[in-house]
Structure formats: structure tokens, C-alpha cells
Design a protein around this ligand. Structure first.
Ligand code: NAI
Ligand code: MG
Length: 359
């Protein structure tokens, strides 16, 4: 049975960085992984070709694929389009279409890049945490929402409101993803909530306690979100896997990613219930450096490693890619975004070559 991967290079630096990740996947494929790689259009390039950011042909390809590897979408040339035609709509469209409710974002500080972090080396060296963010529920989607005129204790006036909602099934499915991710790592899971104020998150905590019974090998702890924000900058290495709802996860995952200081190094995965997933670097399409051959392809290459791990269960192959990335950093290869004196500045293609050689 072949393993179907849809590659969506997207816009800006997208085609340059995904090309390197595809070369890595193809190199492993020579060893019999049976990967079947196709490509499609998403974002601004799709708008230019079809008038839509997530055209029907791409939808069909995404449905047929087991996993999607995405570069990035967007750029100034599409900023003036009406909202429905914007490249970002393509991204939201595919996430929703594939029901990708689990967003996984590792934050790893490679020892060679210790100076990139804004924190002291002793606080962050060796940092390796994974944030699991619920992506399709919470206050971002809850009803009712809006702005309307109401009677309040201060008189009749306009009121803005959103609703934090989580169904039991939504909490259970993200809990299973988080516990299983923790099983594959350090077996420590910290669930972040605000149960002292929000009933919805007390419910979240209760469900996590129940699901924990299925994973006796994982140690579950709980932390209030304000403390978690503080602990992430005070002593981030205390964490292994953190899991939280959509809004807290939005904020904490951005906070955690910056502990590593290097946007060009951060992969991500968004999974559905059957481990079908969309894998992409955390950064955008970097129009300022597009077409120059200098973008860092490592976040996308590391996203390909996540793809092998989470969609196909190819843990050994994923680790090989991650070790190859560590090796090229140790060898001193650096793209411009992570360059420091005394290291070896290379472009996108040369970085890909170095990773292939290390593999
Ligand atoms: P960005 O992440 O594209 O760029 C921010 C800065 O980081 C730029 O200076 C860029 O050159 C640099 N950078 C990003 N990735 C890099 C890499 N791999 N190697 C070296 N340097 C890198 O964010 P920005 O500038 O806010 O957005 C640019 C466009 O990307 C916008 O159209 C935005 O909507 C889109 N975007 C798309 C995302 C996606 O497809 N998931 C996510 C974020 C932004
Ligand atoms: Mg964010």
C-alpha cells in the first residue's frame, strides 16, 4: 500500500523550502518507504491559476492524500483581494475541510543555536518541549458571539461577547492525541487550563483526569494558564508535552516558539482523528527573501519528519531526519537567519544538500 503525500508549495519561499523537504523524503523513499508524492496549488498561486485560494482540484487531492506538506501562503500582491479570495482563506479552508483539530508544535533549542534565544543559555539549553493546541473549538468558534445592544447594570449599551465552549468529545479526542504524543516522548503531560475561573476548563480538567486512566505510563499534571505563561520563561525545561485549548494554545505556542529564537527552525503538525495531517513550518511565506535561494528549509524538512512520525508511524525515519538536521548544525552550516560569526553561511539548496549528505 502506498503512502500518499500531497505537497502544496504555496507562495513566496514556499516552493524553495518544500523542494528541499521533498528531496529528503525522496532520498528515504529509495529505501522502500513507498511514498507517493503529488503536488497541488494552495494560496496565492492557486488564486492566480484558478481564482480561488483552495480550488476543487486541490480539495480532491487533499481528500485522497494521507498527509499534506505545505510551504506557506500569502504575499503583498494578494493583500488587496476581497477576504474570500485571500491566500490565508486557502489555509483556513484546508484546515477546516480536513478537520485538523490537533495542532502540534515542538520547540527545540539546538545547542548550536543557543545564542538565538532571548533567554539565558542555562535556562534554555537542551530545551525540547511539545505544545499540543486544540485547533477547531473553544472561544474562537463558540456561539453566541458578536456585538449587540443590551440592558446592562450600567444602562442600555453595546456589548461585545464570545463564548468558550468545549464538547466532551472534543476534549477527549485532543486528550488522546496529547497522551499518545507524551507516550512517544518523555511521558510527562501538563494540561493547561483556568479552572479557578472558567467552568469550561474545569470540565476540561475533569475529562483529562478520566482519559489519564487509559495511559498509566504517562504522568499527568495540571497548571493554570497564567502560571504556565510564567513558567515557560522561568524554567521551560520542566515541561515535556503541554496540552491546552485553542486560545491558550495560540498564545503559549507562540511564546514557546520564541524561546528557541529562530523562526526558520520550527515545524508544526495539524492532525485529524485518524492521524491524517497537514505539516508546515511555523513561519510564513517570507516575501522579503523569496526567490533569492537564501531561506532556511530546516523547519519544512523537520515538518516532513513529523509527517513520517505522526501520519505513518515511521519513528525511526523521522528520527533520522532530525538527527541529520542536528548534524548539519553541528557541522556549522547556517542559512542567513541563523548565521553567526565563525559558522558557514549557505543557501537553501546547499542546506538541503548538507541534510541529504548527513542522512
Ligand atoms: P514570515 O514568517 O513570512 O516572515 C517574518 C520574517 O522572518 C521575515 O523577515 C522573513 O524573511 C523571515 N523568515 C521567515 N521564514 C524564514 C525562513 N524559512 N528562512 C529565513 N527567514 C525566514 O511572516 P510575515 O512577514 O509576517 O508574513 C509574510 C507573508 O506570509 C504574509 O502574507 C502572511 O500572511 C503570510 N503568512 C503565512 C503563514 C502560513 O502560510 N502558515 C503564516 C504566517 C504568515
Ligand atoms: Mg498565533
Amino acid at each position: 500500500m502506498s503512502r500518499k503525500i500531497l505537497v502544496l508549495p504555496g507562495d513566496g519561499i514556499g516552493p524553495e523550502i518544500t523542494a528541499e523537504a521533498v528531496r529528503v523524503l525522496e532520498a528515504l523513499n529509495k529505501e522502500g518507504l513507498n511514498l507517493e508524492i503529488t503536488t497541488g496549488l494552495l494560496g496565492g498561486c492557486a488564486v492566480d491559476a484558478t481564482g480561488e485560494p483552495y480550488p476543487a482540484e486541490t480539495r480532491a487531492k487533499a481528500e485522497a492524500a494521507d498527509a499534506v506538506l505545505l510551504g506557506a501562503v500569502g504575499g503583498p500582491q494578494w493583500d488587496t483581494l476581497p477576504r474570500e479570495q485571500r491566500p490565508e482563506r486557502g489555509l483556513l479552508g484546508i484546515r477546516k475541510h480536513l478537520n485538523l483539530f490537533a495542532n502540534l508544535r515542538p520547540a527545540i533549542l539546538y545547542p548550536e543555536l543557543a545564542n538565538a534565544s532571548s533567554l539565558k543559555p542555562e535556562v534554555v539549553s537542551g530545551l525540547d518541549i511539545l505544545i499540543v493546541r486544540e485547533l477547531t473549538g473553544d472561544i474562537y468558534f463558540g456561539q453566541p458571539r458578536g456585538v449587540e445592544e443590551r440592558d446592562t447594570e450600567w444602562g442600555r449599551q453595546k456589548v461585545g461577547f464570545n463564548t468558550m465552549v468545549y464538547a466532551e468529545s472534543e476534549i477527549r479526542r485532543i486528550a488522546h492525541v496529547a497522551f499518545q504524543a507524551a507516550q512517544k516522548r518523555g511521558k510527562k503531560l501538563c494540561s493547561v487550563d483556568k479552572m479557578n475561573v472558567l467552568e469550561c476548563t474545569q470540565f476540561w480538567r475533569d475529562i483529562f483526569e478520566e482519559v489519564a486512566k487509559d495511559y498509566p505510563d504517562v504522568t499527568l499534571s495540571h497548571m493554570l494558564v497564567d502560571n504556565a505563561a510564567m513558567q515557560l520563561v522561568r524554567a521551560p525545561k520542566q515541561f515535556d508535552v503541554m496540552v491546552t485549548g485553542n486560545m491558550f494554545g495560540d498564545i503559549l505556542s507562540d511564546e514557546a516558539s520564541m524561546l528557541t529564537g529562530s523562526i526558520g527552525m520550527l515545524p508544526s503538525a495539524s492532525l485529524d482523528e485518524n492521524n491524517k495531517g497537514l505539516y508546515e513550518p511555523s513561519h510564513g511565506s517570507a516575501p522579503d527573501i523569496a526567490g533569492k535561494g537564501i531561506a532556511n528549509p530546516l523547519a519544512t524538512i523537520l515538518s516532513a519528519a513529523m509527517l513520517l512520525r505522526y501520519t505513518f508511524g515511521l519513528e525511526a525515519e523521522a528520527v533520522r531526519i532530525e538527527n541529520a538536521v542536528r548534524m548539519v548544525l553541528a557541522q556549522g552550516y547556517r542559512t542567513a537567519d541563523i548565521y553567526e560569526e565563525g559558522t558557514r553561511k549557505v543557501g537553501t539548496r546547499e542546506m538541503g544538500d548538507a541534510v541529504l549528505a548527513a542522512l
